[in-house]
Design a protein around this ligand. Structure first.
Ligand code: AMP
Ligand code: MG
Length: 347
């Protein structure tokens, strides 16, 4: 891949137009959203979208989310074959915001976006810069997270620069992401709406609008070899720092005991504020024990800090709760750990 000169665009109206021009002419721009930074290209231009996969090293069988700046953009750009009633209800409740809906796609969606599936994933982000860039470009934007494939998702423009400098045309700096974890993904193309990836919009919130909602088996469990993933992205080891992440299933005091028994300079704890006084290893805290929203917000930044330290080889974390936004933290951490869990309760 030929190295590009990556422009760092500060948050000005002029730079909104610069980003939009790059996107209209088939280039790649890292854009802020409220979830994580996205690596955007014109979703209706297959060869522009193909560049996203090359820049990230993303497997071609992993489809992308299409970002719009108004619910009516679905119709205006003709993205789907039919808008289900459930999509209208969810949009009314949660858009703009961290919810992605999967629907039957139309023929206008390039294969590069849908990775050969007959569906397309759509989201209307709430971040004002994301909305301004989409509106100025006047095209829907395909945008996966703007990290190298497999590594933690970026939640600041500097994270994007660390991974993508020389690989994309520009990064637009819209500040730190407020949610800090990728969107909730729900498919409306199944008989019963099903969550494929948990995020800031919780299963309980979705149920309050739709009634019945299922949670895909791959959200909390490792797929068996050969089992097909409803959401291709969920089958990979993902979100991982270079250090080895190990999850401990145990009571809070057992966690402290176990980590301290394994203490040395190459070991760190990805923990909660309450653990810090008791730990004998370097703590990287996600926030307070029951504050799942701040844990979600801090997770990727802490994983990147662990890498930056340069000397940490093993990170112990406890298996999080699956309540509310905790389910999203659980889903990311278990993939960061490559599904490695030590069950101290059984030992
Ligand atoms: P990313 O944009 O990197 O956060 O990843 C997008 C996630 O949405 C991945 O897990 C994809 O596999 C999933 N996804 C996108 N489009 C579809 C689709 N049409 N059907 C199922 N999953 C999808
Ligand atoms: Mg991603």
């Amino acid at each position: 891949m030929k190295a590009l000169e990556t422009q760092f665009l500060t948050n000005t109206p002029q730079n909104i137009n610069t980003a939009a021009e790059i996107l209209k002419s088939g280039g790649l721009v890292g854009i802020p959203t409220e979830t994580v930074y996205g690596l955007a290209a014109n979703a209706l231009n297959g060869s522009a979208v193909a560049k996203i996969f090359a820049a990230k090293g993303r497997p071609m069988d992993n489809p992308l989310i299409v970002h719009i700046a108004d619910f009516d953009d679905i119709k205006r750009f003709g993205l789907v074959s039919e808008i289900p009633d459930s999509a209208k209800k969810l949009a009314k409740a949660f858009w703009p915001g961290p919810l992605t809906m999967i629907m039957k796609k139309s023929d206008i969606i390039p294969d590069e976006v849908s990775a050969g599936l007959d569906t397309v994933a759509i989201r209307f982000p709430s971040h004002p810069s994301a909305q301004a860039i989409i509106k100025a470009a006047d095209v829907p934007l395909a945008a996966p997270s703007a990290n190298l494939s497999g590594s933690p998702s970026p939640t600041t423009a500097n994270h994007v620069m660390n991974d993508m400098n020389g690989r994309i045309d520009a990064v637009f700096d819209g500040g730190a992401c407020s949610v800090g974890l990728e969107s909730t993904v729900i498919t409306l193309a199944a008989e019963v709406p099903r969550v494929l990836r948990p995020g800031g919009i919780t299963v309980e919130m979705l149920k309050s609008v739709l009634g019945e909602v299922e949670v895909d088996n791959a959200v909390l469990h490792k797929l068996d070899d050969g089992q097909k993933a409803a959401s291709p992205g969920m089958k990979y080891k993902h979100y991982a720092p270079k250090a080895n992440v190990i999850l401990l299933k145990c009571a809070d005091n057992e966690y402290i005991k176990y980590v301290n028994a394994h203490a040395d300079k190459s070991v760190a704890a990805l923990c909660c504020d309450e653990d810090i006084p008791e730990l004998n290893v370097k703590p990287y805290t996600l926030g307070r024990r029951n504050d799942y929203i701040s844990q979600a917000h801090n997770l990727f930044d802490e994983l990147r800090k662990i890498d930056k330290s340069g000397k940490i080889k093993t990170v112990y974390s406890r298996l999080p709760s699956t309540d509310g936004v905790g389910m999203a933290v659980y889903n990311r951490l278990i993939r960061a750990a490559g599904f490695e869990v030590i069950d101290l309760e059984k030992m």
